[in-house]
Design a protein around this ligand. Structure first.
Ligand SMILES: [Zn+2]
Length: 169
């Protein structure tokens, strides 16, 4: 029996939900064992708002066994292919998140006060490697879903900051 771990949270415009639901279809297998629920929330920030730049972002609450993906209006401007790619990317953050978060917290604890220059460099390097690992896996999965995947340089614009907005549902 497959347990549905995706749960829609809060108010959703019908148009937005109709765009997100098919993009998530069949991706349950990507939810790691530790995560009981992936909340899917809609944030209707204005499209010219800087925070709206990423079409979706993810936060995790590892000790409480849930994650949250916040989808923004920019998602609706994406092609069907890019929507799928963006949600696979976000789900992979749930996989890699506990490890990445640990490394980030260690850098904070060990360097933030005593070695701020090292801290800044290490945090930036961790961010880049975290995003790169997630995107490499996303491409590998998309490659299996479709025989030919266009690796779009614009995908680099999908810059998300998954740990900056942990808000409990
Ligand atoms: Zn990301």
């Amino acid at each position: 029996m497959t347990v549905n771990k995706f749960k829609f949270l809060g108010e959703w415009p019908a148009e937005s939900r109709a765009a997100v639901e098919p993009s998530l279809a069949g991706l349950e297998w990507l939810v790691p064992g530790w995560c009981e629920t992936v909340w899917i929330a809609w944030a209707s920030v204005p499209r010219d708002n800087l925070e709206a730049e990423a079409s979706a972002t993810t936060s995790i609450e590892y000790p409480y066994r849930w994650a949250k993906i916040v989808v923004r209006p920019g998602f609706l401007d994406e092609s069907v292919e890019r929507r799928r790619s963006a949600l696979i990317h976000e789900l992979l953050h749930v996989f890699i998140g506990p490890l990445a978060e640990y490394a980030e917290q260690m850098a904070d604890r060990l360097m933030k006060d005593d070695a701020p220059k090292f801290h800044e460099t290490v945090r930036e390097e961790l961010r880049v490697r975290h995003e790169s690992a997630v995107q490499d896996l996303a491409y590998a999965i998309l490659g299996r879903e479709r025989s030919a995947v266009a690796i779009d340089p614009a995908a680099r614009r999908h810059a998300c900051h998954p740990w900056s907005e942990a808000v409990r549902p």
